[in-house]
Design a protein around this ligand. Structure first.
Ligand code: 5GP
Ligand code: MN
Length: 342
């Protein structure tokens, strides 16, 4: 038996919102990850079983390693098709916002979502959701938004509508947001849910292979370059930093998603419990932070760069140079050592 984490009144509100809406948009954050895509497509497949007309819209393309996901090719990419997406958002009767807590994570698409008269339903597991939604379903203790979608569907009495495609999407999000069940994954109910998804027919081993074993050769070489030449370790601060400039990226024919997961690798070094990965984009530096134990990656992200996320997995952006960004980090590291001692 799975416990009823999501409050009953929220379930009822979603259920009645669905009764009155046909045209439904499902939106995810910029650069959607496995969980954003899993939650969105899981919900999309479910909504079609109850005869709705949902459209998933992502501000920017999803990474190649998620293109196998059932329904991925139906996802509308805002930056490629603004006019169509703007029309869908403007005429939507209901908008689900999944896997993000702040409209600014939609970047260029934020205005269209914010201006749409459709009521919004936020389903997310990041701390401190903004109050843009009519219904806010926020449970940071749940390790993936995809799991929340599973729970939501079941609580509306529709477990039987979770078809194979829906189950595959939900599992993908649960797997990717827990590092294949290696962090944020001690809740026993995760495994009850996986057991249900397997009974529906998912092949979890195959999903793992499709997500993690389909990379390009140039990604692997970029990984080697990162680890051999670009990783700096600061053992006194239990910290590793990897930085990639635009020049580094073009040398390895970087495509969207190629550096996914690199930030986790330094944590496999004994004594390294905090890892920061910096990637230079056109006009900013994208920062990924990961930690082990009680070290608050999200606090570092928000204190130094105005970012956020979870205790062990956070992100931010910097608008200074790569070197200045690294200096900001290095200068601040001594202040955070107290968290390693807790
Ligand atoms: P990633 O490093 O995989 O991009 O992100 C890790 C986590 O940090 C995600 O769960 C995401 O919600 C959060 N995150 C990533 N980038 C940002 C950002 O720019 N701002 C905030 N507030 N959170 C972010
Ligand atoms: Mn997530």
């Amino acid at each position: 038996m799975i416990s009823k984490i999501i409050a009953e009144d929220l379930i009822n509100k979603v259920y009645s919102s669905l009764q009155d809406a046909e045209k439904i948009a499902i939106v995810v954050h910029v650069g959607p990850d496995g969980d954003a895509m899993g939650a969105a497509l899981g919900l999309w497949h479910y909504l079609m079983t109850i005869e709705k007309e949902p459209t998933v819209i992502s501000p920017t393309p999803y990474p190649n390693f998620l293109s196998w996901m059932p329904g991925a090719n139906e996802v509308l990419i805002y930056e490629n098709d603004k006019e169509k997406a703007d029309n869908i958002l403007a005429s939507a009767e209901l908008i689900f916002t999944l896997d993000f807590n702040s409209l600014h994570r939609l970047e260029e698409m934020a205005e269209a979502v914010s201006n749409s008269p459709a009521p919004k339903i936020l389903v997310d597991h990041h701390l401190h959701p903004e109050s843009f939604a009519k219904i806010t379903i926020s449970y940071p203790e749940i390790s993936s938004t995809s799991e929340m979608i599973f729970r939501l569907i079941c609580r509306m009495g529709d477990f039987a509508n979770i078809n194979l495609a829906c189950a595959e999407c939900i599992y993908t999000g649960m797997m990717t947001d827990t590092g294949s069940f290696t962090y944020n994954s001690n809740d026993p109910e995760i495994y009850i849910i996986i057991s249900e998804l397997i009974k529906i027919g998912i092949d979890k081993d195959e999903i793992y292979r499709k997500v993690f074993n389909t990379y390009s050769e140039s990604r692997l070489r970029l990984m080697g370059f990162c680890l051999y030449e670009k990783m700096q370790t600061f053992p006194e601060f239990r910290t590793a930093i990897i930085s990639l400039t635009q020049e580094d990226l073009s040398r390895f024919n970087y495509v969207n998603g190629d550096a996914e997961g690199f930030v986790n690798i330094p944590l496999s070094v004994k004594g390294i419990d905090f890892s920061v990965f910096l990637r230079e984009e056109k006009n900013r530096i994208k920062i990924s932070l990961r930690s082990q134990g009680k070290f608050p990656a999200n606090k570092v992200a928000s204190d130094l760069f105005g970012g956020g996320g979870h205790l062990n997995a956070a992100g931010a952006e910097s608008y200074t140079s790569m070197q200045e960004t690294i200096n900001t980090l290095l200068n601040a590291l001594p202040d955070y050592q107290v968290f390693f001692e807790e």
